[in-house]
Design a binder for this molecule. Structure first.
Ligand SMILES: [Zn+2]
Length: 410
């Protein structure tokens, strides 16, 4: 390991060069006004070709709105002693737009190296180019050492993470099942802290509800001739929040907050004037369920509570999911969690902290296939903001962590 770490420490200029060339190829989703990942993928693939991968290919998801009509996903594999299992490093190429340009001190799509010779600025340098550069530095070091890892090393460099994952991970899960082997594990360096101590193994299920209550519109002076949908919906909001909190009340200290959350959030406008009793009311709830609960049980309780409001107020209520991403947890005793936590202690000199988060990352799709996934990274933690920055040292530390986890994986 010490020799591998030394090699990686010599790759500062390599990762700086990779970051520089990725930053000047903005891979923004067409849904956010960009042209997609094509140009960036061509560059990354050309760099991967210089390394000694045993397999290197692209899976293009069709997208007529993107450059060349595709959203490219790059797959690279370097065989291990045991070829039946792969430890995947999963990353994404797309970046979010620069936002308000006046808030940037440097050009967002031109990498700037700080006077400290370590901090780099530019859109994407952290999210998620840091992970791509770290994975390539790790791969190059292992290949140059002449040693094969115990299991295959896989790089999955994906399109479309920032705006859903339909043309990226979800496309592969639906169309290329052969990529995902039974014994495979995944590391996603797309979150974390400057200490680099976090090991995220679980997330809450994300359940966004839209509730439409229908009563009968009437003049404000004659409410008895109508049925106030807003009045009934107000009871619905309270009964759902209180009822769901009471029923799904388990605590899990992996998470902050340690409970499932059920919040009435968005409220749509109903009538434009004060003297009309609204006949229709629409509001939304952001619900996040601990992964130990089943989404079916949540839905059954929502339906039961809806029925009580319908009966008591003689309204009809429909609900739909604006988003539904359920997630299983990665077992805390998974080999991956062990090796990765050990790596953190070796490389970053801190105690690994196992955590769960509020939900909505693409690791959920992996965990739902019953494959372990950890999310982490040594980052400033400032994605999507102006003056996004990363540290060359952090990138090399992440590369060491990947190398440690892979070489000690059973
Ligand atoms: Zn990201």
């Amino acid at each position: 390991m010490e020799k591998l770490f030394k090699t990686i420490e010599g790759f500062r200029d390599y990762v700086l060069d990779l970051e520089t060339n990725m930053t000047n190829k903005p891979a923004i989703s067409p849904l956010s006004g960009g042209k997609g990942e094509y140009e960036k993928s061509v560059y990354i693939e050309s760099e991967l070709k210089k390394l000694k991968f045993d397999e290197l290919f692209r899976i293009d998801a069709p997208d007529a709105t993107a450059e060349k009509g595709i959203r490219p996903n790059i797959i690279a594999k370097y065989y291990g002693e045991d070829k039946s299992k792969t430890l995947w490093f999963m990353m994404h190429m797309d970046v979010v737009p620069e936002g308000d340009i006046s808030l940037w001190k440097t050009k967002p799509f031109e990498l700037t190296l700080d006077a400290d010779k370590d901090t780099i600025y530019g859109r994407g340098v952290e999210d998620n180019q840091q992970a791509i550069a770290a994975a390539m530095a790790c791969a190059r070091a292992i290949m140059e050492s002449g040693k094969r890892p115990p299991v295959n090393m896989g790089l999955m460099i994906l399109a479309d993470e920032e705006v859903g994952s339909d043309k990226g991970l979800i496309y592969l899960v639906n169309n290329n099942k052969e990529l995902f082997g039974k014994g495979d594990s995944f590391i996603v360096q797309d979150s974390g802290s400057p200490e680099g101590n976090e090991v995220e193994i679980a997330e809450k299920s994300l359940l966004w509800l839209q509730l439409t209550t229908t009563g009968k519109q009437a003049h404000g002076s004659m409410p008895n001739t109508g049925n106030n949908a807003f009045y009934a919906a107000s009871h619905l909001a309270i009964r759902l929040s209180d009822g769901l909190r009471a029923k799904f009340n388990k605590q899990d200290t992996l998470f902050n907050p340690p409970v499932s959350t059920f919040e009435p959030t968005k409220k749509e406008a109903n009538v434009p004037n004060v003297n009309t009793v609204p006949g229709v009311d629409v509001f939304c709830m952001d619900c996040r369920l601990l992964p130990s609960y089943k989404a079916e049980d949540f839905e059954a309780e929502v339906k039961r509570i809806i029925k009580t409001v319908e009966d008591d107020f003689k309204v009809s209520i429909e609900f739909e999911y604006l988003q539904k991403l359920t997630s299983k947890a990665t077992p805390i005793d998974a080999e991956l969690v062990k090796a990765y936590s050990e790596g953190i202690e070796k490389v970053n000199n801190v105690k690994a902290k196992i955590i769960g988060i509020g939900g909505g990352t693409f690791a959920a799709h992996i965990r739902n296939m019953d494959m372990p996934a950890v999310v982490g990274g040594k980052i400033y933690g400032m994605p999507h903001v102006p003056n996004e920055k990363a540290s060359l040292k952090f990138i090399l530390d992440d590369a060491k962590l990947l190398a440690y986890t892979l070489m000690n994986f059973k």
